[in-house]
Design a protein around this ligand. Structure first.
Ligand code: FES
Ligand SMILES: [Fe+2]
Length: 361
């Protein structure tokens, strides 16, 4: 293995890589920022920080707009919560802004000597925004390629995943003492499953066979992890799940470079993970869990489906916790690691991630 093609351990800790990654990775590529279901109502918004860069996406009477979340007056954050429904008003001196980011109203405006023209140059910085199916992306780069070019074949794959997704039933931000790249590398291989997820994924019958249907483009990747034939199909009560819109008999996992993770367990539940790097040694894992969409007009029995989703929530959170324990330990080891040497066949998606990262850095 040519280890020049692998990311050196020094990129996983300390202060030196943060600015470099912001400039070369996060401010140059399209970034997943939310799901359409986050913005159902007028004035609903989501905020996210990428290595301290504050972003807000807000619904303005049905139109989604993205901005740098900084007020042009005295530089306060405009939306301060993670998500919610509120006017686009800065809480420091109550200036409000329209959907273009222009100043809409200013308390005691006459106390400023400036003319109307001067206020016109003050603007909340708009960011590019694109919607692919139910996925919302932003770009900090006004000149970057289109989202379609950026995603390539993964554009249509996201449209297909969107058809499988119904409503969100769980949202949580989890602060983890882990470099964002370690989180990516962990989820794009199932090689660790028999050891780490013995009582969860492995017991459910996944990760005993090799991954199939791999596809790669521009750092993005997907793979299917088939279910073992030896596993008992289990509870007949869950037979109603045969009515979901998109069914497959694998654990399917997508990675959209640099920080979006999507997994679907046989189509019956969908997890959307968004890694928000805080610094080189901390990340927020923003977790969203979705109910599957049912075909035709099938309506599941409410109590049974609710109990199923509760089980999904416990199970995904347990898997994520199992990963977090290992990765926080690995993060502590990184300053003492001298090089990365080998990746096996079951780690080929890590390889494609490293190649894309090194191409940018
Ligand atoms: S800083 Fe936002 S209104 Fe003053
Ligand atoms: Fe895992």
């Amino acid at each position: 293995m040519d280890n020049n093609k692998l990311i050196h351990p020094k990129f996983y800790f300390g202060n030196s890589t943060q600015q470099l990654e912001f400039d070369k990775v996060f401010s140059k590529n399209w970034l997943f920022a939310g799901m359409l279901s986050d913005f159902l109502e007028n004035n609903s918004f989501i905020t996210l920080d990428i290595l301290d860069y504050p972003i807000v996406i807000q619904n303005f009477n049905g139109e989604l707009r993205a901005f740098q979340n900084i007020c042009p007056h005295r530089f306060n954050r405009i939306q301060t919560k993670t998500k919610g429904i509120d006017f686009f008003i800065c809480g420091y001196h109550n200036w409000s802004f329209d959907k273009e980011g222009n100043v809409k109203s200013i308390p005691k405006k006459s106390s400023f000597n400036e003319s109307h023209q001067d206020f016109n140059c003050l603007k909340v910085k708009p960011l590019r925004i694109e919607i692919v199916g139910k996925f919302v992306f932003v770009s900090l780069d006004q000149n970057s390629e289109s989202i379609k070019e950026y995603l390539g074949v993964f554009h249509d794959k996201l449209l297909e995943v969107s058809l499988a997704i119904d409503y969100n039933f769980y949202f949580e931000d989890d602060l983890q003492n882990i470099n964002w790249k370690l989180i990516v590398e962990n989820v794009v291989e199932a090689y660790h499953c028999p050891a780490i997820h013995q009582n969860t994924l492995y017991n459910m019958g996944f990760c005993r066979k090799s991954e199939v249907n791999n596809d790669y483009y521009n750092g993005h990747s997907v793979a299917d992890y088939p279910k073992s034939d030896k596993v008992d199909e289990g509870n007949k009560l869950l037979k109603y799940l045969d009515n979901i819109e998109i069914k497959h008999d694998t654990f399917r996992h997508y990675f959209i470079f640099p920080n979006l993770l999507i997994s679907s367990t046989e189509g019956t539940s969908i997890y959307v993970g968004n890694i928000l790097p805080v610094n080189s040694e901390k990340s927020i894992l923003r977790k969203r869990f979705y109910s599957p969409k049912f075909r035709d007009n099938f309506i599941p029995k409410e109590a049974i489906h609710k109990a199923f989703l509760e089980m999904v929530k416990t199970s995904i959170n347990q898997i994520l916790e199992e990963d977090k324990v290992i990765l926080e330990q690995i993060q502590k080891n990184m300053p003492f690691v001298e090089n990365t040497y080998f990746l096996g066949k079951e780690e080929s998606r890590i390889n494609s991630f490293h190649e894309k990262y090194l191409e940018l850095i």
